[in-house]
Design a protein around this ligand. Structure first.
Ligand code: BES
Ligand code: ZN
Ligand code: ZN
Length: 489
């Protein structure tokens, strides 16, 4: 779908379908007259969730679609994404390839026209993606070729932001949906190398030998049961420049069987999405580069499988991590924190202004927040407040959990410095995991996002289809865009 912006009167743009978002009791008079022509003017007053696709009209629009948003003062940004998704679905099933959306608001809305334009483009592009690369027969009607956003205001850059953010998120979703037999650690590195090439940033991959030389024994311990070799992927945007520096660390477990502490077979297939932390960070890098953010960004993405075998790490094994701390591995299924521990400690060496990690780290976060929120913990409270705000805007919402010292006590080891699970089974699993990570960041400002709750959609819902959501990409890309303004080098 090609996305364009036209600063014109809507009568001057031609398309197959004109989409008009309408607030409750504020359907434009001309649109109301169109409804009257087909005798449904009383059936539609702009109520939320309702829409009308009117019959053939001729030029310049074949069809007209009115979408209800509900009361103007209550409408949320996500309602615009959902409305755009509805328009895309309607256009596809009516086989209308050229779509125009009219942005004509002048009233009591709580959001800026810019944010609305961005949100609508996001909703359209996110809902347009099909995650069926291996199906011969594709469903979903005709492809939409062109989307034109129309407004009398200059919203060109807001439209472009929406395009970049959603395309980067879709990129992440497409990488994430690949199964573990294809998206091995080595393949993930290859995909990252390609991304770096396309967007002009640096790439480096540390293989098994280098990880051994460096003493990254957390990553090595997790990979020990797999025939696939581990790799620590490094992407560098604006490296060498004197700019605020952020390191993005992402969990890249290409398959999590649990290892010797093996998972039940029901639902184990979804553990191919245990790489979503790494993939999300690749999407963020893509967006940052496209938006040309004046920041230095490094992504560190440890990638490996977690498998059981005769050579696998066993419960009770003790390893020395990259920062010298020793860990008793009491449960091999708590592997994310082991690969992240090494990567976080390595990240600190560059003395960045901020480290953010994203990981499908614990099942417990789903217990705490359901599918509606990302668990956030960390030491940089200013950054966390900003991330919270961006979460509300992007609808990739975060909720902070505490990191009190008692949780750090729960991961003190009996035979080593640390153990990789909390002492009280079933208690505060998301927090003890984060407390473990905290042992590897020293005094570097740090934010951890446990995204295990939001990375997978069980079915078609809103603007997501079944499969990986890529949540975190818009959250972090918009966060970096704002954060960069507050940090001066
Ligand atoms: N990748 C999983 C976390 C996960 C579980 C994500 C379910 C999405 C859905 C992680 O590696 C894991 O297995 N964590 C364990 C930790 C436990 C052994 C302390 C968990 O959450 O059960
Ligand atoms: Zn696990
Ligand atoms: Zn895992």
């Amino acid at each position: 779908m090609k996305v364009e912006f036209a600063r014109k009167d809507f009568g001057a743009v031609s398309a197959d379908l004109l989409v008009v978002p309408c607030f409750k009791a504020k359907v434009p008079a001309w649109a109301h007259a169109e409804l009257a022509k087909v005798g449904v003017e009383k059936d539609f007053v702009g109520e939320k969730g309702k829409y009308y696709l009117l019959p053939d009209k001729g030029k310049p629009y074949k069809r007209l679609m009115l979408i209800g948003l509900g009361k103007e003062k209550n409408v949320e940004l996500d309602d615009f994404r959902l409305a755009a998704a509805k328009a895309v679905r309607g256009a596809k099933s009516a086989r209308l390839a050229n779509v125009a959306i009219l942005l004509d608001f002048n009233g009591a809305m709580r959001h800026s026209e810019k944010d609305v334009a961005t949100a609508m483009v996001e909703g359209a592009l996110l809902s347009d993606l099909k995650l069926e690369p291996y199906k011969k027969k594709k469903k979903g009607g005709r492809k939409i070729e062109r989307l034109v956003m129309i407004s009398k205001m200059d919203l060109a850059s807001a439209v472009d932001d929406g395009r970049v953010l959603a395309e980067s998120q879709n990129y992440a979703r497409l990488v994430a949906v690949e199964p573990a037999n294809i998206m091995t650690p080595r393949k993930l590195a290859e995909v990252a190398r390609q991304l770096a090439k396309e967007h002009g940033f640096g790439f480096r991959a540390m293989g098994k030998g280098e990880l051994e030389r460096k003493g990254m024994n957390g990553i090595l311990a997790v990979s020990r049961g797999s025939v696939q070799e581990p790799v620590l992927i490094e992407l560098k945007y604006n490296s060498g420049k004197k700019l605020p520096h952020v390191v993005l660390v992402g969990k890249g477990i290409t398959f999590d069987s649990g290892g010797i502490s093996i998972k039940p077979s029901k639902g184990m297939d979804t553990m191919k999405f245990d790489k979503c932390g790494a993939v999300t960070m690749m999407g963020v890098m893509r967006a940052a580069a496209e938006m040309k953010l004046p920041l230095k960004i490094t992504a560190l993405l440890p990638a490996t499988e977690n498998m059981p075998s005769g050579s696998a790490t066993k419960p009770g094994d003790i390893v020395r991590m990259y920062n010298g701390k020793t860990v008793e591995i009491l449960n091999t299924d708590a592997e994310g924190r082991l690969i992240l521990g090494d990567a976080l400690a390595y990240a600190c060496e560059a003395k960045p202004d901020l480290i953010i990690d994203a990981a499908t780290l614990t099942g417990a976060v789903l217990v705490v927040l359901g599918k509606h929120g990302i668990g956030m913990l960390g030491t940089d409270h200013k950054a966390m407040r900003e991330i919270y705000d961006r979460g509300m805007e992007t609808n990739e919402r975060v909720w902070e959990l505490p990191l009190w010292k008692e949780y750090s006590e729960m991961i003190k080891g009996d035979y080593a410095d640390l153990k990789n699970i909390g002492s009280e089974s079933g208690e505060a699993g998301t927090i003890t995991a984060a407390a473990f990570l905290k042992e590897f960041v020293g005094s570097t400002p740090w934010v951890h996002l446990d995204i295990a709750s939001v990375e997978w959609s069980d079915g078609d819902s809103g603007y997501f289809c079944k499969g990986p959501t890529g949540k975190g990409v818009r959250l972090l890309a918009t966060f970096l865009r704002e954060w960069q303004k507050t940090i001066k080098k």
